[in-house]
Design a protein around this ligand. Structure first.
Ligand SMILES: C=CC1=C(C)c2cc3[nH]c(cc4nc(cc5[nH]c(cc1n2)c(C)c5CCC(=O)O)C(CCC(=O)O)=C4C)c(C)c3C=C
Ligand SMILES: [Fe+2]
Length: 427
């Protein structure tokens, strides 16, 4: 599933007249951190220099790391978490249909390919990302359930896009939920990410209107002595139990198979379904909880993310282990127990979240939490059964509130010369 495209491939070479930054395609100059990112998440690595005639400006490995656009699965799914994220959902404008949507996906794909390669945009580029390299920029495009009726493609709509069930703990704001189209943007530089967000918004033109937009962040690469699983705003190591690309059933769990799709839905081969939840953390309540109680809520140590049954972060939790008092060491309502695949008939998902902080609410509490994004081949074998179970008895639920929700079909990566979604829109 990893991207095997060479950094020397044509899409990484400068198109004359388009670029202000020259891509050299020399992985060696990218440095150890960039190479590590490439190895883990399938990112190609290129070094870039300023080409304004002011002499080469060496980029750090962070700036130079490039993620490929033309790949089997869209970028931004198995790509290592970036430090900046923007999520933006659009509805097609009144009167816009398949023709306008097709033109829009073509434009967005062009923008994504240029910017992910560290090139500027022809015409009136805002220059916000000037001097920076690609910085692991990814743009990932998805279709919401409502897209299909509006474009006359109802017969091509997969069952997997059926609405998510209601959960008793939901406090969902419909204006910040769902949407015809969804774009996830990630980058390891805030300006590179913002530049891409503006470009996506501007290219929407008359075809689509912004429905909602959210901003998130993760730890910056290089902030820790060595690459580590990220922490969320509750201070927990978050991501340990994720399926690993090296596991034999990883592709089966996360990506739609290449064959065996119902007629009309072949276009989703190699794609994945993204469930997006804006989950607010009730941090004032959480932070009052003593550390031992916080650890019991998750079933893992805060310090290093190790299970309470011992070992290190990646030791398998012993869910049957009882303490001297006869009680389960990892409590029956611990979040990591309830969400574990072995407790859910094997249901698994790839969690790839961003934290968010949208300031302080009128009541003085931080409007902060997790832009929870999870990827799976089928939400009914990933998010839905796990969330159903969490909804019934997760110790964490006292400290979080699901405020917005979305479900998007993210098609496979575009082949060379293709735009994202072409197999749906022209199939
Ligand atoms: C329905 C899916 C899930 C939601 C919603 C969810 C919210 C949520 N989780 C944390 C913090 C942690 N989650 C952890 C593990 C974990 N969580 C889910 C699913 C959902 N979480 C799964 C499938 C797992 C993995 C279970 C396993 O494989 O054993 C952990 C432990 C460390 C880890 O594995 O990542 C933490 C910490 C928060 C804060 C949150 C909502 C804000
Ligand atoms: Fe979780």
């Amino acid at each position: 599933m990893t991207d095997t495209s060479s950094p020397e491939s044509p899409e990484n070479t400068e198109a004359p007249g388009l670029s202000r930054r020259r891509l050299l395609g020399t992985a060696g100059a990218a440095g150890a951190a960039g190479l590590a990112l490439g190895a883990v998440g399938g990112a190609g690595v290129a070094a870039a220099v300023n080409s304004d005639g002011e002499g080469p400006a060496a980029l750090t490995s962070v700036g130079a790391t490039e993620v490929m656009f033309h790949v089997k699965h869209q970028a931004g799914i198995t790509t290592p978490l970036q430090s900046r994220g923007h999520l933006i959902a659009f509805d097609l404008a009144p009167g816009a249909g398949r023709k306008e949507a097709t033109a829009l996906l073509r434009r967005w794909s062009h923008v994504a390919k240029q910017l992910m390669a560290g090139r500027s945009l022809a015409g009136d580029d805002t220059e916000v990302a000037r001097d920076a390299g690609p910085s692991s920029l990814t743009l990932t495009f998805g279709f919401g359930r409502t897209f299909f009726d509006r474009t006359g493609l109802t017969a091509q709509r997969p069952m997997e896009l059926d609405p998510l069930p209601d959960f008793s703990s939901d406090h969902l704001d419909p204006r910040r939920s769902n949407g015809d189209l969804w774009v996830q943007i990630g980058a390891d530089d805030a300006l590179v990410a913002f530049h891409a967000l503006r470009a996506v918004q501007k290219e929407a033109g008359e075809a689509a209107r912004v429905r909602w937009q959210m901003n998130g962040f993760n730890r910056s690469p290089g902030a820790t002595a060595s690459p580590m699983t990220t922490r969320n705003l509750m201070g927990q190591v978050d991501g340990t139990g994720n399926p690993k690309p090296s596991e034999p059933d990883f592709d089966k769990r996360i990506f739609v198979p290449e064959s065996g799709r119902p007629a009309g839905q072949e276009w989703m081969a190699g794609g994945s379904y993204a469930v997006v939840r804006r989950i607010r953390m009730l941090l004032d309540d959480w932070e009052k909880l003593p550390r031992g109680d916080q650890e019991a809520v998750i079933g893992r140590r805060k310090k290093d993310g190790a299970p309470l049954t011992g070992g290190d972060e990646f030791t398998e939790p012993d869910l049957a282990k009882a303490g001297p008092d006869g009680q389960l060491v990892i409590a029956a309502d611990a979040h990591s127990r309830i969400s574990a695949p072995e407790q859910n008939g094997g249901a698994a998902m790839l969690r790839r979240p961003f934290s968010y902080h949208d300031g302080i609410s009128a009541d003085g509490t931080p409007d902060a939490g997790l832009l929870f994004i999870c990827w799976q081949a089928d939400p009914l074998r990933g998010f839905v059964p796990v969330q159903r179970k969490l909804d019934r008895g997760d110790a964490l639920s006292r400290f979080i509130r699901h405020e917005a929700s979305g479900l998007f079909a993210v098609p496979g990566g575009p082949g060379e010369g293709e735009y994202v979604g072409q197999r749906l829109l022209e199939g």
